[in-house]
Design a binder for this molecule. Structure first.
Ligand code: MRU
Length: 351
């Protein structure tokens, strides 16, 4: 089976697998500069916190390339970083990746334009490559938590499509299968934009995972019937105390696991951990358009005039997490010490 990657750098620009059209259409399109990358992030053609960070890093490079010989000066002044950073506020990896690109731009500002751009291209490619390696390490860390025959409920899509490749939560499931275990996946459909039914079911189904799609409201029913063993999700941002922002609906699932005595695992790379935020109350929650809620595939569902709210993420308080699975190992409560241990050095480097 071909290794699924949702983005790749080509000569003309950043090529993206258009996730808005999956699963019906497997089409790629090209973003030639930072504005096109920013729009692709806003429109969810590329989504998932790590993939957003990687796309933004390539977007930063393409923005500097567009500016040509003036790139060195422009990188400091021009709002390339600002445009990309304004796309989706909750994804920690976006800001982490842009900070990394900016540090490289500053450190190489005296190089000739061609060498300067090459440094940026190499840095973006490193961010991409390192993310895949981190996901494989997350898989190795987390797979012992998944027993043979486990029925794993996941939410949204924290797979290859949401990362550089392999996935975080779904990477753990891939690693469990590679270790010879049978894994049954229950994919919550994830209203309003259906990342679970459209993307997770497609991504895992093409590799032969048994996947059962359920609507978000069915989770309690299946937990009550003891038909779920584990809940495993990704994260958009993890605060210093372990409070975790992830796709809207995650908090409700965590509460249900507590009531039913089930483990609730979050899988995420170090680049998702934000030690600058003491707790989840500081995490900015992206508010998306009401149209995504009152319409489905272009068809109006709710009556004209009905209002709608559309927070894209919620924050699960750390007390409901059983463990956080990272590329540096599995962190258990108390999370603050473990998160500081794995992310401390990284954090110190961020200006
Ligand atoms: O709005 P999305 O599709 O970008 O939301 C994605 C999620 O909530 C994922 O669970 C999260 O980004 C982790 S992806 C490895």
């Amino acid at each position: 089976m071909e290794h699924l990657q949702p983005l790749r750098l080509a000569e003309e620009g950043l090529e993206l697998l258009d996730q808005r059209r999956l699963p019906g259409h497997e089409t790629w399109f090209c973003c030639r500069d930072e504005e096109e990358v920013a729009r692709a992030i806003e429109d969810l053609a590329v989504r998932g916190a790590p993939a957003i960070g990687i796309a933004a890093a390539y977007g930063y490079y393409l923005g500097c390339r567009r500016l040509g010989a003036t790139a060195r000066e422009a990188a400091a002044r021009h709002p390339i970083k600002g445009r990309l950073a304004a796309t989706r506020p909750t994804a920690r990896n976006l800001f982490w990746a842009l900070d990394r690109m900016e540090r490289v731009a500053r450190a190489n500002a005296t190089l000739d334009p061609a060498s300067f751009l090459e440094r940026l291209r190499v840095e973006a490619a490193s961010i991409h490559r390192e993310d895949i390696a981190a996901n494989r390490a997350i898989g190795r860390s987390g797979q012992p938590l998944i027993h043979d025959g486990a029925r794993v409920l996941t939410h949204c899509n924290a797979g290859a499509l949401a990362t550089g490749g392999y996935g975080t939560a779904l990477g753990v499931l891939r690693a469990a299968r590679e270790a010879g275990k049978r894994v049954n996946v229950i994919a919550g459909e994830t209203r309003p934009l259906l990342q679970g039914s459209r993307l997770t079911a497609w991504e895992l189904g093409r590799e032969g995972f048994p996947v059962t799609v359920i609507t978000d409201g069915m989770a309690a029913y299946f937990m009550g019937r003891r038909e779920v063993d584990v809940v495993l999700v990704g994260a958009d941002r993890i605060a210093a105390n372990g409070d975790t922002a992830n796709k809207i609906g995650t908090y409700g699932l965590a509460l249900l696991t507590a009531i039913h005595g089930l483990p609730f695992y979050v899988a995420a790379p170090i680049s998702t951990i934000d030690l600058s935020m003491a707790d989840g109350s500081q995490i900015a929650i992206e508010q998306r358009s009401a149209g995504e809620v009152v319409e489905l595939a272009g068809a109006r569902l709710a009556p004209e005039g009905a209002g709608a709210a559309n927070p894209a993420f919620d924050v699960t308080p750390h007390r409901y997490l059983t463990a956080i699975i990272t590329e540096k190992g599995v962190i258990r409560p108390p999370f603050a010490a473990g998160l500081a241990r794995v992310a401390g050095r990284e954090e110190e480097m961020c200006p």
